[in-house]
Design a protein around this ligand. Structure first.
Ligand SMILES: Cc1cc2nc3c(=O)[nH]c(=O)nc-3n(C[C@H](O)[C@H](O)[C@H](O)COP(=O)(O)O)c2cc1C
Length: 326
């Protein structure tokens, strides 16, 4: 196990590339924005570990988000960002002013057109990365002037494009086509998968499901244990016939929807609070990625991030030693 990264080894974990430089972070790992979950307890732990903590807005609870962002400023002096999941913005008239007013320098936009907010956010001096699930969406984002892309494969948890493309196909397709900094999302949790992302042209990874299961995650222990107990087949992909599609934990409720190509699964989203914080996994839909099948314990965020960076470096060194360039 590589979890025991000593503080003296900390400086060695700095990884310099366009993502770390643009975002002002030490380790090119971004914590996924996740409604109700990506708040100050989780995001400050990520930022304090040298990576990029993100505060969500997809819950639509802007008054609470304002409090969470104020808390971030007490909990960390490191950079953090905000996500705008466009399809879930409660009031499109206020969201941009709200985000700009929070004083963050980094924003990710997702679940919508990159032409909608990019110019306004960039004019206000923010660095904008847009989440893309297809090569065509990447092209649109590049044309809209984004600073970078988050390339998200369909194995990841959360809302998805109804035509799922895996990270292994999507990531190299995008990095071959465009020279923007890319953060890979969907299926990552450790240094070997991070090294694979770098090999495929990414300059960082975004971690979702492993952060849901982390010790600082605010979700109920039942969800964390369900992730820990999950196999790689323990998620379902819902709504291939409509948008948004979603990847979620397999339960009785979600299994019943898996091959239902007429009902919109969003109608069964249920009671988020009962699932997320009450621990009743049948009360709604617990967004979860396939990588749950590789998560075996709930670990502190700093350990997840530092071991990921350390193992990534060791993997790259091992491969270099095994296949030295001639
Ligand atoms: C519970 C949950 C909620 C999510 N909510 C959002 C969100 O609000 N905005 C967004 O851009 N992505 C959201 N996502 C997707 C994540 O940002 C991330 O890209 C994805 O989880 C990465 O794949 P992984 O789960 O394999 O790590 C969510 C994912 C999960 C698991």
């Amino acid at each position: 196990m590589l979890w025991n990264v000593t503080p003296s080894a900390w400086d060695d974990l700095r990884m310099k590339n366009r993502v770390t430089t643009m975002l002002g972070i030490e380790i090119p790992i971004v914590q996924a924005p996740m409604g109700w979950i990506a708040r100050s307890a989780l995001a400050s732990a990520v930022s304090n570990a040298g990576a990029m903590g993100i505060i969500e807005t997809s819950s639509g609870e802007l008054d609470n988000i304002r409090i969470e962002i104020a808390a971030m400023k007490d909990l960390t002096d490191k950079p953090f960002g905000v996500n705008i999941a466009q399809a879930f913005v409660a009031d499109p008239r206020v969201i941009i002013d709200f985000v700009i007013a929070q004083g963050v320098k980094f924003v990710t936009t997702s679940a919508g057109s990159p032409t909608k907010y990019t110019a306004q956010l960039k004019d206000a001096g923010l660095t904008v990365f847009h989440v893309v699930p297809t090569l065509r969406a990447a092209e649109k984002a590049v044309n809209a002037g984004v600073d970078g892309l988050i390339v998200e494969g369909a194995e990841g948890g959360g809302f998805k494009n109804p035509s799922p493309v895996s990270t292994m196909v999507l990531l190299p397709a995008v990095t071959e086509a465009f020279d923007l900094p890319v953060i890979a999302a969907g299926g990552f949790l450790d240094g070997r998968t991070m090294a694979a992302a770098l090999a495929l042209g990414a300059e960082g990874v975004q971690l979702g499901t492993v952060m849901v299961a982390s010790q600082e995650s605010p979700v109920h222990e039942n969800w964390k244990q369900a992730i820990i107990g999950a196999e790689e087949t323990s998620t379902v992909f819902l709504n291939t016939h409509t948008s948004p599609a979603l990847r979620a934990l397999r339960t009785e409720r979600t299994s019943a929807l898996e091959f239902d190509h007429t009902t919109n699964a969003m109608g069964s989203f249920g009671k988020v609070h009962d699932v997320y914080f009450g621990g009743d996994l049948e009360a709604g839909i617990a967004l979860t990625g396939q990588v749950a099948g590789r998560i075996t314990e709930s670990r502190p965020v700093a350990e997840i991030i530092r071991s990921c960076a350390q193992e990534c470096e060791e993997t790259l060194e091992r491969l270099h030693a095994q296949y030295p360039s001639r």
